[in-house]
Design a protein around this ligand. Structure first.
Ligand code: SF4
Length: 338
């Protein structure tokens, strides 16, 4: 049988597992790589105790050297503000208590969210799951089996959302096994993969992954998570080629973050660049009020102003929906821009 995905030059991808082993976990080392003297920021490094630092080298390479305010650096730099306890903020802002089997959340009528793998290649400081007890939800084949049994018994579930952590932290072999099990459940029609890994560590997009998705009877989509146009570089764009060749629809969701992307020209540039490389802007999320990340919050009025400015300047099909997740709601809540 002919290879469905054209072979991309071997040297395009280094081994992603090697890149994963080499993620930077010491903020001092990260700042040194950026030619920033770490001595002025030592007091901030204590925030690693609250949420460890993890940043792939590829992502650091996209930051502007010498700029402590670089918008990519701000997303991963631990800060002492993380120790501030803010009223109205929570350890679990989405109240993800809808676990129906080990590592399986059934929040939406026809969709289940499966924690395919604990942990991420990058630890974004604003992550709404920064306090999530991954150790209690660490998936393995036995736990997946419980989730599969639940899905098989619920014929209203036609879409399975692979989540985490980051689901692409799972190996291609494990993903292939899981997808083959889901294929056996006749009412499941789609899988959706929510991942930031291809962005922060493009080597994760392997030909094998694209082939697995292409060959499955289940229709796959990938929802990427890109917040700033500087995250998009040639390495990332080239890495997407196997997915584009496999005709996997690519979407993007961004989080509106103070000091990172809270201006209209940045968001417009992001949407246009996404569209240029074949990624459909999908959601612009208001930040989830997770304890320790209040310094990223952009209030709703400002978010509406930004969205209206985007609406005026962007072609309609490039405009992401401004939404908020409200705990207990069966779907994301659109923000009325009027
Ligand atoms: S990649 Fe997503 S899940 Fe992982 S730390 Fe960042 S925001 Fe959280």
């Amino acid at each position: 049988m002919p290879q469905i995905i054209p072979q991309i030059e071997k040297n395009l991808h280094t081994s992603w597992q090697k890149d994963l082993r080499e993620v930077i976990t010491d903020p001092k080392e990260m700042l040194q790589m950026l030619n920033i003297c770490p001595d002025d920021y030592l007091q901030h490094f204590k925030a690693r105790k609250l949420f460890p630092v993890r940043v792939p080298k590829s992502f650091i390479n996209r930051m502007v050297k010498g700029d402590i305010n670089d918008p990519l650096l701000k997303q991963v730099m631990p800060l002492s503000q993380e120790f501030v306890i803010t009223e109205g903020y929570s350890l679990d802002p989405l109240e993800e208590h809808d676990t129906v089997a080990e590592g399986l959340l059934h929040k939406y009528h026809n969709r289940v969210l499966m924690v395919v793998k604990a942990g991420c290649a990058v630890n974004c400081r604003y992550c709404f799951r920064r306090h999530f007890p991954y150790q209690d939800n660490s998936p393995n084949k036995q736990r997946w089996q419980e989730a599969l049994t639940y899905i098989a018994k619920h014929s209203n579930v036609n879409e399975v959302i692979f989540s985490g952590g980051d689901p692409l932290m799972a190996s291609d072999e494990h993903l292939e096994w899981l997808i083959k099990q889901l294929e056996k459940i006749s009412h499941v029609r789609r899988i959706r993969i929510h991942s930031r890994l291809p962005v922060v560590m493009p080597s994760r997009v392997t030909n094998k992954l694209a082939t697995i998705l292409k060959q499955s009877r289940l229709k796959s989509t990938i929802v990427l998570h890109i917040n700033h146009p500087n995250e998009i570089n040639k390495e990332f764009n080239d890495a997407l080629e196997p997915l584009r060749c496999a005709r996997i629809p690519l979407f993007n969701q961004s989080v509106l973050l103070k000091g990172v992307n809270d201006n209209a020209s940045c968001l417009i540039a992001l949407c246009e660049t996404l569209f240029d490389i074949g990624i459909q802007p999908y959601y612009l999320h208001l930040f989830d009020a997770v304890q320790g990340a209040a310094h990223f919050d952009v209030d709703e009025e400002k978010a509406k102003r930004l969205a209206n400015e985007m609406l005026a300047k962007l072609s309609g099909f490039m405009m992401p929906k401004l939404v908020r997740e409200i705990a207990g709601q069966p779907n994301k809540t659109p923000i009325n821009l009027a």
